[in-house]
Design a protein around this ligand. Structure first.
Ligand SMILES: Cc1cc2nc3c(=O)[nH]c(=O)nc-3n(C[C@H](O)[C@H](O)[C@H](O)COP(=O)(O)O)c2cc1C
Ligand SMILES: Nc1ncnc2c1ncn2[C@@H]1O[C@H](COP(=O)(O)OP(=O)(O)OP(=O)(O)O)[C@@H](O)[C@H]1O
Length: 269
């Protein structure tokens, strides 16, 4: 699997010369709605005998357009790329979302980055938007594709409990500490990666831009390579600590949030 990092206007020579089927979107979290889209794109590529590619953006458009200085993610870029590649993408285009790119009109985006990259079929969700001031939508994409240069598949809205499965909803669940509800939308528990330091109550650090759950005590699963154990993770505004029931040795770990541990919350740590 290839990852192609692209910056608008610097990349005069385009990075794909063979026809392919391309899924488009930001995909924070790679939640169940995204997964359905990626799965469908993969199937179409297989049927057409073409490569399956994904175009995503980094950083989030709000960091540039709304100047959000401390934007947090369900899956910071590295984790997002890992999850997308698990769907069997042959190539992922990571488009640097900068101001010149944000100012690109919708039809120029299509000319440069759909037709220009030789995508023969694009797969997007029902509410995909693109182009300057987000003026391009799925109808615009369909109209443009009538020229016969590429085809478009639009994925219908995927819902759970009568709500759209969305990154916004998952971000809220994390921030509210409702981590037990997250697998319903994400397909698995919310997880973060970082380093443990210290002995008994170990300090957890991460330099990745994860959203941290609301301050409180959480029952977590801890993974280090193939080893796994249960633990308690205390989120504070300024720091996080972890204690494990089995081994918890210092080093790089993955922490999966299972539920907020209300009963044990009063225990001093
Ligand atoms: C070329 C281009 C220009 C964009 N310009 C804007 C913009 O001016 N304002 C805005 O709010 N979003 C802009 N966006 C972001 C899109 O509205 C949207 O968030 C992005 O394409 C990801 O789509 P998704 O959120 O449906 O996954 C732009 C996107 C692209 C591809
Ligand atoms: N529930 C869903 N059903 C079908 N398609 C979806 C769903 N959620 C997102 N998509 C599609 O997946 C792609 C990426 O979407 P995006 O990253 O904006 O997800 P989102 O969950 O809508 O994010 P946010 O809540 O931040 O707006 C887009 O093409 C979008 O239309």
């Amino acid at each position: 699997m290839d990852i192609e990092y692209m910056t608008h206007s610097l990349d005069a020579v385009f990075k794909m010369n063979e026809p392919h089927v391309m899924a488009l979107g930001f995909f924070d979290g790679v939640h169940l709605g995204h997964q359905s889209l990626l799965q469908q794109a993969k199937c179409i590529a297989k049927e057409m005998g073409l490569k399956f590619t994904v175009m995503t953006f980094d950083p989030h458009p709000d960091e540039i357009i709304k100047r959000e200085t401390d934007r947090r993610y369900i899956t910071p870029l590295e984790s997002k790329l890992e999850r997308i590649s698990a769907f069997g993408a042959d190539k992922i285009f990571v488009m640097n979302f900068n101001l010149p790119f944000a100012s690109l009109p919708a039809d120029d985006f299509i000319k440069n980055y759909i037709v220009g990259l030789h995508a023969k079929h694009v797969v997007v969700g029902f509410d995909f938007s693109f182009g300057y001031k987000a003026q391009g939508d799925v109808d615009y994409l369909r109209q443009y594709s009538n020229g016969g240069l590429f085809e478009v598949t639009v994925i219908s809205k995927k819902t759970r409990n009568h709500q759209k499965i969305s990154s916004t909803l998952i971000r809220k669940l994390i921030r509210d500490g409702d981590v037990h509800l997250i697998p319903n939308y994400l397909g698995k528990p919310y997880e973060i990666r970082g380093c443990l330091e210290g002995t008994l109550m170990k300090a957890f650090h991460t330099d990745r831009k994860y959203i941290m759950p609301k301050p409180g005590l959480y029952q977590v699963e801890i993974l280090l390579g193939t080893k796994r154990t249960m633990g308690l993770f205390r989120c504070r505004v300024e720091s996080c600590q972890l204690s494990g029931y089995g081994w918890v040795s210092p080093g790089e770990i993955t922490v999966k949030f299972l539920y907020q541990s209300g009963l044990i919350r009063t225990a001093t740590v």
